[in-house]
Design a protein around this ligand. Structure first.
Ligand code: RP5
Length: 163
């Protein structure tokens, strides 16, 4: 099974929130590689890595960053692969800055912006699975199985007794 998703984060300090995407891709049986590359601190290395992605048959990029968060936008500017951006909570503005810069891309350079932090990272993995499932029956089956498990969990849940 080949690597289908590239995950890029701007810093090692993003390890906790992006773990949501990694765990979910593991659960879905989708192989990925994870890189730390920054739009600001390692711009040349980021672009060199992104330029090599489509030749490697990688289908989707998940890019997560906090603060002014130009990562997903810069990735989208250098590839025509679908790019899913995840804004992380950090710094004085607690993610509002990252949310706005990830979502407000100019026309022609789309980034699919998820919600903030770990829940957004989990949804990034599910969104990547939906994209891959369009042309990969194995991913479609595994996505359906994971969603069915989650459905069963909700249906078998009960509220705790009142104290
Ligand atoms: C962004 O700035 C990173 O993605 C991270 O979320 C934030 C802070 O980075 P560090 O200063 O912790 O490396 O580029």
């Amino acid at each position: 099974m080949s690597i289908q998703v590239s995950i890029i984060v701007g810093s090692t300090s993003d390890a906790e929130p992006i773990s949501g995407a990694r765990q979910t891709l593991d659960e879905l049986g989708i192989r990925y590689e994870a890189k730390v590359l920054s739009a600001h601190r390692t711009p040349r290395e980021l672009v060199a890595y992104v330029n090599g992605l489509s030749d490697r048959r990688i289908g989707v990029v998940i890019a997560g960053a906090g603060m002014s968060a130009h990562l997903a936008g810069v990735v989208a500017a250098h590839t025509t692969l679908p790019v899913i951006g995840v804004p992380f909570v950090s710094g004085a503005l607690q993610g509002v800055d990252a949310l706005l810069s990830t979502s407000q891309m100019p026309p022609g350079v789309p980034v699919a912006c998820m919600g903030l932090g770990k829940p957004g990272a989990i949804n990034a993995a599910f969104f990547a699975a939906r994209l891959l499932a369009l042309s990969d029956a194995r991913v479609a089956e595994s996505l359906a199985a994971v969603l069915e498990k989650r459905r069963d969990k909700v249906l078998s849940a009960t509220l705790p007794d009142l104290q």
